[in-house]
Design a protein around this ligand. Structure first.
Ligand SMILES: [Zn+2]
Length: 330
């Protein structure tokens, strides 16, 4: 389905009572944890929850993007590219060691074309529609893959930054990651051909010898160190950003968590704040989360299968979970 066809709104995929084809394209299923189809009763409760909300605060995590083909490494806001040898890149190490930065950027350079080419799935599109229709007050994502902004989301905070942007640790200038890719290519014209192949999940393994010859540019303006604008381990989320999100939360009347186990405190703290404000909380996720005890509703399911952006009545279904009255409220 193209983005142009995303014309519906608050629509959950109906349960048909039988096994049906997954919405996840073949080949991407490897990144989505096993999960049985969400039952009709849970979907109804979730629909009621969202329908009741007037100013919904949504928090999303890696589970939303697995259906777009991005693996969930359960690492803090760093996605695929802040890891070296299956170990998350530490902020201090990145700053301290030119060698570590060289290895990091070499892997990142090879994996970038694939990582940057992923597209929003039906859950991203549905959330964008909720925003358009005034249902969604604010969206906070722990993902750094830019899929919400690719879907057109505007009322959005990327809590852990975005891998599509690069920041200079010297002067703070922000630039596009795509632009850095062009600089890598011109600095390393012969290098790419010698590099190893990218694994199906976008992971990249490079020999030390290859990394040694990879040339990493510095900031054009001040010569400072370039770093992706994402939160590494040992790095903290900007205080002003946290404050901003708390304010958006305070303006909201319900919280929906999607595709996050909330293991990381930077996201979990907003659930604690929601509890303090006695706000209703619902969670849609595969598997347990750290905030299950704070939620009045917990639904197990794949976000992309549960949230469908197309017009509901256009589907041939045995059960209409969405009533016309609830549609009018949007
Ligand atoms: Zn600079």
């Amino acid at each position: 389905m193209s983005l142009g066809e995303a014309v519906g709104g608050l629509h959950f995929r109906p349960y048909t009572g039988k096994t049906r084809a997954s919405s996840v394209p073949a080949g991407l299923m490897n990144f989505v944890p096993a999960c049985s189809t969400t039952d009709a009763h849970s979907l109804e409760l979730l629909q009621d929850f969202v329908t009741r909300a007037r100013r919904l605060f949504v928090m999303t995590g890696a589970g939303l993007s697995t259906e777009s083909g991005i693996p969930d490494y359960r690492s803090e806001g760093v996605g695929l590219y802040a890891r070296t040898d299956r170990r998350p890149m530490q902020y201090a190490e990145f700053v301290r060691s030119a060698k570590s930065r060289q290895r990091y950027w070499a892997r990142n350079f090879v994996g970038w074309p694939q990582f940057s080419s992923h597209w929003p799935n039906s859950a991203h599109k549905a959330l964008q529609r909720w925003e358009e229709r005034g249902k969604l007050h604010w969206l906070v994502t722990q993902n750094v893959d830019a899929l919400h902004s690719k879907a057109g989301q505007k009322r959005l905070t990327e809590l852990h930054g975005c891998a599509h942007r690069v920041t200079c640790l010297g002067c703070g200038a922000i630039s596009a990651r795509e632009e850095l890719q062009r600089r890598f290519i011109s600095l390393n014209p012969e290098w790419q051909a010698q590099a190893g192949t990218v694994a199906p999940d976008g992971d990249v393994f490079l020999e030390d010898e290859q990394v040694l010859h990879f040339r990493v540019p510095s900031c054009d303006d001040c010569g400072g160190i370039l770093k992706p604008e994402v939160t590494f381990f040992g790095d903290s989320v900007n205080k002003a950003t946290v404050q901003f999100v708390h304010e958006r939360l305070a303006e909201s009347d319900a919280v929906l968590v999607m595709g996050s186990s909330l293991q990381v405190y930077s996201g979990y703290r907003f659930l604690l704040a929601a509890r303090d404000r006695e706000m209703p909380v619902a969670i849609l996720n595969i598997g347990p989360t750290r905030a299950d005890h704070l939620a009045e509703l917990k639904v197990s399911g794949r976000c992309g299968e549960v949230l469908q952006p197309q017009i509901y009545k256009g589907l041939s279904t045995s059960r209409q979970i969405f009533t016309s009255s609830s549609n009018k409220e949007l």
